[in-house]
Design a binder for this molecule. Structure first.
Ligand code: PEP
Ligand code: MG
Length: 587
């Protein structure tokens, strides 16, 4: 923002993750670096060298932080690469030459450092030795970080966020969002995105307040601008006045009091007033969320998105690495069940390190993604299947396939699973022979053929995020059409009913793990339609449980029947909203 114009500005976006944040903006723009060129006054040259030395220290801290995170999330071996980066920062030739060039020319330190670094990068790149050629990439990476620190620019990766800031970006990819450090990210604001885009799902899991769909806000802000992110109402307030800050202080207090009450109720059973128990589980993206699953009293995990393990590394994780991660979750939660979903990449989730496996596509959401890619890469898929099977020996695992479009794909996936079982038997490695296998129902064809699929699996898990996207032809990540993304569209309700009926006709469990399950306003409707289990971000569980304890299942069933009879989605929404408010306010 223009530094002269410090007046408050309120921007309406889409409320994506509940909560209120107040802090300074951290712009994440991923632009190419532009290094300015100027001469430093003679009396400021000492300070310029100090600025350089300080930048080296800050860069060192950033790299250590990333290194610790990689060691924790992946393995100590993967973290070793950063040792090479630290060595670059200690390279006396690079540092000494930069300072000498500065003393000789008086040009700003960024220019001197950039010139010397580029010379080294070029020289190493031309060496006919693979090891030394790799050093060129290390110097390039480190030089970019040092320049960013010197220029006070946003870092090239969100993992580098050290101070507590509100991340503001045009968009954030799922893999970038996975690198966000909860302790540093106060809030997230993106110009693009919608309620079900993957970065938002990650923000919700981490309980980071988020507002998306702010159009061009990121291009108007400066690093360090003060903001309030209101994840309840979908507002971003730039340069909030004292009155606004006071008002938000009050709102936050009230929310916290209610949250404390919710947490107390969350210790009780998820049981309706007429005695029906509802299974509530958590969605997770990373092994370290096991603690949240317990803290929020989930009865297990209903969706573990394994692709986030693949996002954390440049290489495809090996069977052993996957097994270690899955076992940590499964053993950590045993005897509670953990539903592990096989790799769901493609669409808006590219696979880092192996972009060749999917390739550029004109229509990635309808492209070579998830189970389609896995079935065409059976060795990669079976590595994962064996890792999941082996983890099943340490607790209770349910396995499910994403993006199943019909019976043929489910048969092919199950055949590969059977091969994986036989391979483990030959290796004499243990797995649970009773492992339950389910299909996600998130493509309209699977929903329509759900009666056929029900005979081929042990449970259904409805992925409403994709199911609604494909049913209504609304890109789930596009803020321009987000308002048309309607979970109570008559077609959606009919399809939900059809899936539930098909599952129950075969006595299999039907759960919902899309974001609709975690939005309390839809909970009575889903239960009334007959859904057996809901799975959502851990922090959303208390509200869902609170609501369940205030309703009668018989009323929820009536609500669902009334909703199914409606032709106008707005009236349907009004019905479920009235049902919700009547129960939330009565308590
Ligand atoms: C869904 O599509 O509803 C779902 C749960 O899967 P994801 O959000 O990972 O696509
Ligand atoms: Mg999906």
């Amino acid at each position: 923002m223009d530094p002269q114009a410090k007046s408050e500005l309120v921007i309406q976006g889409i409320a994506a993750s509940k909560g209120i944040a107040h802090g300074q903006a951290f712009l994440y723009l991923q632009n190419e670096l532009e290094v300015p060129l100027y001469t430093v006054d003679a009396d400021k040259r000492g300070a310029e060298i100090e600025r350089f030395e300080q930048a080296l220290v800050v860069t060192r801290q950033q790299i250590s932080k990333i290194q610790d995170q990689v060691a924790r999330d992946l393995s100590p071996e993967e973290a070793l690469i950063f040792d090479a980066h630290q060595l670059v920062l200690e390279d006396q030739a690079l540092i000494g030459e930069t300072i000498r060039a500065f003393e000789k020319t008086g040009l700003n330190i960024e220019t001197c450092f950039n010139n010397i670094a580029q010379r080294y990068i070029q020289a190493f790149a031309e060496i006919d030795d693979e090891y030394l050629r790799d050093r060129s990439a290390d110097i390039k990476d480190v030089a970019k970080r040092v320049l960013q620190v010197l220029l006070g620019q946003a870092a090239s990766s969100l993992t580098e966020l050290v101070e507590q800031r509100i991340i503001v970006a045009p968009d954030i990819s799922p893999s970038e969002s996975a690198g966000v450090d909860r302790s540093a990210a106060l809030g997230i604001v993106t110009d693009a995105g919608s309620h079900t885009s993957h970065a938002v799902i990650v923000a919700r899991s981490m309980k980071i307040p988020a507002v998306v769909g702010t159009r061009d806000l990121s291009s108007k802000l400066k690093n360090g601008d003060w903001l309030i992110v209101d994840g309840y109402e979908g507002l971003v307030i730039v340069n909030p006045t004292e009155q606004t800050l006071f008002r938000y202080g009050k709102i936050q207090q009230a929310k916290q009091t209610f949250e404390t009450h919710l947490l107390a109720v969350n210790e009780l059973a998820a049981e309706t007033l007429d005695g029906v128990h509802v299974s509530l589980r958590a969605n997770i993206e990373k092994p370290d969320e096991v603690a949240l699953v317990r803290q929020y009293r989930a009865q297990g995990v209903g969706l573990y998105r394994t692709e986030y393990l693949f996002f954390a590394t440049e290489e495809i994780p090996t069977e052993e690495q996957q097994y270690a991660a899955y076992r940590e979750i499964v053993a950590g939660l045993a005897p509670a069940p953990v539903t592990i979903r096989t790799l769901d990449v493609g669409g808006d989730k590219p696979l880092p390190g192996r972009p060749d496996l999917i390739g550029p596509e004109a229509n990635p959401f309808m492209g070579f993604r998830a189970i389609r890619m896995c079935l065409e890469n059976p060795e990669l898929f079976k590595d994962q299947l064996r890792a999941i099977l082996r983890a099943s020996a340490h607790g209770r695992v349910e396995l499910m396939y994403p993006m199943i479009s019909g019976p043929d794909e489910l048969t092919r996936a199950n055949n590969l699973l059977q091969e994986a079982r036989l391979e483990l038997t030959q290796r004499q490695q243990a797995f649970d022979p009773q492992l339950r296998v389910g299909a996600m129902i998130e493509i309209p064809s699977a929903a329509i053929a759900s009666d056929l699929l029900a005979g081929q699996c042990d449970f259904f898990s409805i992925g409403t995020n994709d199911l609604i996207q494909y049913l209504l032809a609304i890109d789930r990540g596009n803020s321009r059409v987000a308002a048309l993304y309607d979970p109570v569209h008559p077609a959606v309700l009919r399809v939900l009913q059809q899936i539930i009926t098909a599952g129950h006709a075969r006595n299999i469990k039907v759960s919902v793990c899309g974001e609709m399950a975690g939005d309390a306003i839809y909970v009575p409707l889903l239960l009334g339609l007959g859904v057996d289990e809901l799975s959502m971000a851990p922090s959303l569980l208390p509200t869902a449980k609170y609501l369940i304890r205030t309703l009668k299942m018989s009323d929820a069933r009536q609500l669902a029947q009334a909703a199914l009879a409606q032709t106008d989605a707005k009236k349907t929404y009004a019905l479920i909203e009235a049902f919700y408010h009547a129960r939330m306010q009565a308590n």
